[in-house]
Design a protein around this ligand. Structure first.
Ligand SMILES: NC(=O)c1ccc[n+]([C@@H]2O[C@H](COP(=O)([O-])OP(=O)(O)OC[C@H]3O[C@@H](n4cnc5c(N)ncnc54)[C@H](O)[C@@H]3O)[C@@H](O)[C@H]2O)c1
Length: 338
């Protein structure tokens, strides 16, 4: 299956194909120089398979984790292209999760003011979320995604076979984003997640989540209005993530927790069950004031209140204002469980 995403600068295809990695050259123009970017945690055979299809490929392996999204590795990626005399006609291909996609995409966006960028996302999170929508970025002094730009890829290849090697916890982590978009945008997808055995219909769930994200980013490419719905669970989630440190909860796990207080009670009951089913946390003891301090310094702050995404009914959402006090109260839900 192939869908075209419309952007302000053109369109790009998302190709869904089980085993599609081995046929990437049918979808991407690899008949030129290509910098294939991966990280040390992604099975090497994936990047090697891509590399074998390139006319003149070079491999760049980043360390795994957020440290790869840095200006240091950004410079190394630029040098890797410069030293091989890449021109504007050459390309970058990411083979990895959101870290690789964000770092490689930003490097492609900047080299010679932008060369073609292809993405082969290899985690659930990157397949349903980070590879779609053209956001690229690196981190600076611990501030996530602060240096970056919108740079749509030339193509995205979603191959469900690549998820077979993904550790279980990373799988769960990505499902938080599927649950997020289903809960706010598509009641029938949420029902499918509730009613099918866990992870049984992963291809379908990923495809549906991608199509939902596609619709959102096409309607609001630059996150001026509707795209903010994708921040559901992220306001408190980011606050929890920020105080956890490196060894704490994964991003999706924090989003899972962040969604719970932002739902109507009857929605929360269903969400709570779904999160447990997909191995995601529903309860945590946190320093509420520390979380709220982080949240109130968040970029979404407007005056004394913060705009949050609220789910009053499965499949629907609204933007609402919450004060510091209301957000602190909401965190109690995570202490007692729901
Ligand atoms: N650009 C966007 O719109 C956007 C949206 C959401 C998140 N993000 C970014 O995405 C990043 C998180 O992405 P992620 O959750 O994919 O994490 P990740 O890229 O760090 O990957 C998680 C881990 O899984 C390993 N891995 C990847 N694919 C694998 C596979 N198929 N088999 C075995 N191991 C594999 C990686 O090496 C890594 O250790 C964050 O930096 C976040 O800021 C970006």
């Amino acid at each position: 299956m192939r869908v075209e995403v419309c952007t302000s600068t053109g369109t790009y295809p998302i190709i869904f194909e089980q085993g599609g990695l081995g046929k990437a050259s049918e979808y991407f123009n690899l008949n030129r120089k290509a910098l294939v970017v991966t990280d040390t945690g992604v099975p090497e055979s994936y990047a090697q398979s891509l590399l074998s299809m390139c006319k003149e490929g070079a491999l760049f392996t980043l360390p795994q984790g957020e440290e790869a999204k840095s200006l240091h590795y950004f410079e190394q990626l630029q040098l890797a292209m410069l030293n091989r005399s890449f021109t504007r006609k050459d390309c970058v291909v990411a083979v990895g999760g959101g870290v690789v996609g964000d770092a490689a995409g930003f490097a492609a966006a900047c080299y010679m003011r932008g060369i073609d960028f292809y993405n082969v996302p290899t985690t659930v999170l990157s397949q349903v979320d980070s590879s779609i929508g053209g956001k690229t970025a690196v981190n600076l002094q611990g501030v996530k995604n602060i240096v970056g730009c919108f740079y749509p890829p030339k193509g995205v290849l979603i191959d469900s076979e690549l998820l077979q090697t993904l550790p279980k916890r990373q799988m769960n982590n990505g499902y938080a984003e599927i649950i997020k978009i289903a809960l706010t945008r598509d009641a029938s997808l949420f029902e499918m997640l509730e009613n099918s055995p866990p992870f049984a219909r992963i291809e379908e769930a990923v495809r549906q989540a991608v199509l939902l994200k596609q619709e959102v980013v096409e309607r609001d490419e630059r996150e001026e209005s509707l795209r903010k719905v994708l921040n559901f669970g992220h306001t408190l989630g980011h606050g929890i993530e920020a105080i956890q440190g490196q060894e704490g909860l994964y991003h999706g796990e924090c989003v899972a927790l962040g969604m719970l207080p932002m739902c109507a009670p009857e929605v929360r009951v269903r969400l709570n069950k779904a999160l447990k089913k997909y191995g995601l946390p529903t309860q945590i003891k946190v320093d509420k004031q520390a979380v709220i301090d982080k949240v109130m310094h968040d970029k979404k702050r407007e005056g004394d209140a913060i705009t949050v995404v609220y789910c009053g009914e499965v499949g629907r959402f609204s933007f609402e204002q919450r004060t510091e006090e209301q957000l602190t109260d909401a965190l109690y839900i995570l202490e007692v469980g729901s």
